[in-house]
Write a protein that binds this ligand. Structure first.
Ligand code: PHE
Length: 365
């Protein structure tokens, strides 16, 4: 920003062109550094604007025959300055010598990560069946992650879900000690402690385990949990619900089967397998030639879980237990999001999801 006016020594076309180009460069530099209103006042102000000052100075000393070419150039200059005020970015580009023949800087719009996409898809399948959505903390107490889910202290079932423990908590009672949750199941308990039945919810979220990373394992991964508690809920409700969900996720040709399994918080428990979507059940490398792929755990809510919930609710002042196993029953299930996304997209290494490699991620945009 300057106030000095260089007077013209000559009025031939070349001198005029050079002088006006100089003024425009000055205005363009100003438009990049000044706010719009200050710029307007400084350059276009009616009484003391720089354009007015320059034109008066140059016209005053101009010979009669130079007045017309000067007038024309001043009109053009004014239009250019007004345009620069409207489009300061383009003007800045010119003045900084940016090569406009190069492609522009591309700012790619963000899209959902493939894992979140799959997680939302799973949640939506259950939302459409009338399940609501709930979430809980990743830093969880021993009580919610293990004890209330019927993993007693020192029980060997805990070994299958080793995790990071928050340090320096020896002074707290065991059940209050904090750890990184190993599954989304603690949110089953949190939900039932807060709400009386009926309950139908799905719980998406991040979980942590002491698992060495390999092609199918990661110490941090994602699950979607489900819980349904009401009167007359049976194992066939569980089978029908999961069979529908697997067909919604993998296509209506997919079959499901339920294998006996064990989880401390469900009884009976089952592993759900789907017919191999790669070979249609004939047997291939992906399904280890069995025709089936194991996908998730599930079962009927163990009465010991209802007892732990009732105990918590009683501590909060409830007088008659809402989760009476003689009147209500429920089912629960939990599935790994990574595993489902890998099968959906034919991804062979779980690490791709966390690599941040755009060549991988762009395929899902
Ligand atoms: N929480 C179990 C796991 O992470 C899965 C599960 C959820 C099993 C609910 C049964 C019922 O392995």
């Amino acid at each position: 920003m300057s106030d000095a006016v260089n007077l013209l020594e000559n009025y031939d076309d070349a001198t005029l062109d050079q002088a006006f180009t100089g003024v425009m460069a000055e205005a363009t530099a100003d438009v990049a550094t000044m706010d719009a209103e200050a710029f307007r006042l400084h350059w276009l102000g009616r009484k003391q604007g720089r354009l007015k000052t320059i034109s008066e100075a140059w016209l005053k000393s101009a010979p009669a025959e130079a007045r017309k070419p000067l007038g024309i150039r001043f009109n053009q200059l004014k239009q250019q300055i007004e345009a620069a005020l409207e489009a300061p970015v383009a003007a800045t580009a010119q003045v900084r010598g940016i090569d406009i023949t190069l492609p522009g800087a591309v700012r790619a719009p963000g899209v959902e990560h493939p894992l979140l996409k799959t997680m939302h898809e799973i949640v939506q399948v259950f939302n459409h069946l009338g399940f609501g959505t709930n979430t809980g903390p990743q830093v969880e107490t021993d009580f919610y992650n293990f004890e209330a889910l019927n993993f007693p202290p020192n029980h060997p079932a805990r070994d299958t879900q080793d995790t990071l423990i928050i340090a320096d908590q020896q002074s707290k009672p065991a059940r209050e000690r904090l750890l990184m949750r190993t599954h989304t199941s603690p949110v089953q308990i949190r939900t039932m402690v807060e709400q009386a039945p009926p309950i139908r919810i799905v719980i998406p979220g991040k979980v942590h385990r002491n698992d060495a990373a390999d092609a199918t394992h990661s110490p941090i991964f994602h699950q979607v949990e489900g819980l349904c508690v009401d009167t007359n809920i049976t194992f066939s409700d569980l089978k029908g619900t999961l069979d529908h969900a697997m067909k919604a996720l993998f296509g209506s040709a997919v079959k499901t089967r339920f294998f006996p399994s064990f989880f401390p918080f469900t009884e009976p428990s089952a592993d759900v397998q789907i017919s191999c979507i790669f070979c249609g059940g004939k047997g291939c490398r992906k399904c280890k030639h069995s025709g089936w792929i194991e996908l998730l755990g599930c079962g009927m809510v163990d009465p010991a879980v209802f007892a732990a919930v009732n105990e918590q609710r009683a501590l909060a002042g409830e007088t008659s237990p809402a989760y009476d196993p003689a009147k209500i029953s429920g089912f629960a299930f939990g599935m790994g999001v990574e595993r489902i996304a890998m099968i959906q997209h034919g991804v062979s290494d779980i690490g791709h999801f966390y690599s941040g490699d755009m060549r991988f991620l762009e395929q899902f945009a």
